[in-house]
Design a protein around this ligand. Structure first.
Ligand SMILES: [Mg+2]
Length: 371
């Protein structure tokens, strides 16, 4: 397929509610969107890098630079047939996986539209519906935290995940468990703990958590293996899994028993599927994490979550939890049973609201092939 143009846009979208993790508070999302045009069709990708390099070493501005100077030229001057051609095309560029994923995922979307198949099917998806959980940010007070949990449990979400950090952990788990002894509950530390916390973390087995997500360093899975040996509760790995080799090494070491797959973190759908497959071969379930995506990234997460080993509820939830108005229609909705229906239309299955995107675009740039 010949790509006629790659459009880069930065949109600024205020979150409906501020989102706090162990590394800070987000109130507005700056997001790089990629649109590629080919054969009269328009396809989209979303770069999940944040405003600051706090979750990973990527950020919107590095992704913008690498896309413009390195990735877009490679795409536009190559002959790609499908999304899975992209990793080889981008291999010379080390890292920058979120930037790479935005483009690769747009190519998958394009391919699905050209073949008139749902993106989920093209990825190898087998589920018609996906189970949904929510990730609840750190709240200003315990009362507010319990109100948030109440809201999400009432909305039907199948798994509640609490963001935690030292000083905002045991008292919260205690209070939530006292009120909801039986819900599927987990926590996510985003690397806020150190080995000196291991004995204390091992006492969290009493909260019967489904998992403790990435408690130690963001780039570690060696010391996580030692911590996992002390725990009955499963460790879930997020930040430290960058590719299929990391997944294989971590599972062979026993660093965790669950993997959170974020398509941006691993560099695109091709690698996400490979990580999914490695986990499946080890009998380890995966689920799809969230990065405060707009509807475009959310649609891609829904498609990915339809793969067979996504057997735990993910963090893919309704548009309205994040945005007053999303940039797709219909917006993503979750049923009272905490499920999202996987679209059956061709491509990503949600229409892009171009007027809405135009109204929040703060910079744009178009890359075209050299002639
Ligand atoms: Mg996480």
């Amino acid at each position: 397929m010949k790509i006629d143009a790659l459009h880069m846009r930065e949109v600024n979208m205020p979150l409906a509610h501020p989102f706090e993790t162990s590394f800070g508070v987000t109130t507005t999302r700056r997001i790089l969107l990629i649109e590629i045009e080919a054969a009269g069709i328009s396809a989209w990708g979303e770069c999940v890098a944040g405003e600051h390099p706090y979750f990973s070493d990527e950020m919107v501005d590095t992704a913008w630079h690498i896309t413009e100077t390195e990735l877009a030229p490679r795409l536009l001057n190559a002959d790609v047939e499908k999304g899975s051609d992209c990793p080889a095309l981008f291999e010379q560029v080390r890292g920058h996986r979120m930037a790479k994923a935005a483009i690769e995922n747009a190519v998958w979307d394009l391919d699905a539209q050209l073949q008139s198949v749902p993106l989920a099917k093209l990825l190898g998806g087998t589920r018609d519906i996906i189970p949904c959980g929510v990730s609840i940010g750190i709240q200003p007070t315990l009362v507010k935290q319990l109100e948030k949990v109440e809201t999400e449990v009432s909305a039907g979400y199948q798994r509640i995940k609490l963001k935690c950090k030292p000083g905002w952990d045991e008292k919260v788990f205690e209070a939530v468990r006292a009120r909801w002894p039986d819900i599927l509950l987990s926590c996510d530390a985003n690397s806020a703990y150190r080995l000196s916390d291991a004995d204390r973390i091992s006492t969290w087995d009493r909260f019967n958590l489904l998992m403790i997500e990435q408690p130690l360093w963001y780039d570690d899975f060696y010391f996580h293996a030692g911590l996992q040996k002390k725990l009955k509760t499963s460790i879930c790995l997020d930040e430290c899994i960058r590719n299929r080799r990391d997944a294989q090494a971590a599972l062979e070491l026993g660093s965790g028993r669950i993997i959170n797959i974020k398509v941006g973190r691993v560099g695109g759908f091709t690698e996400a599927i490979a990580v999914h497959d490695v986990a499946q071969q080890h009998g380890v379930p995966v689920w799809c994490g969230g990065m405060l995506e707009t509807g475009i990234g959310r649609a891609h997460n829904i498609a990915l979550s339809s793969l067979p080993n996504f057997s735990l509820p993910g963090d893919v939830s309704a548009s309205k939890r994040y945005w007053a108005e999303d940039i797709i229609e219909p917006e993503v909705t979750v049923s009272a049973k905490g499920e999202i229906v996987v679209p059956t239309a061709s491509g990503r299955g949600f229409q892009v609201k171009r007027d809405r995107i135009d109204s929040i675009t703060v910079r744009r740039h178009t890359c075209t092939p050299h002639h």
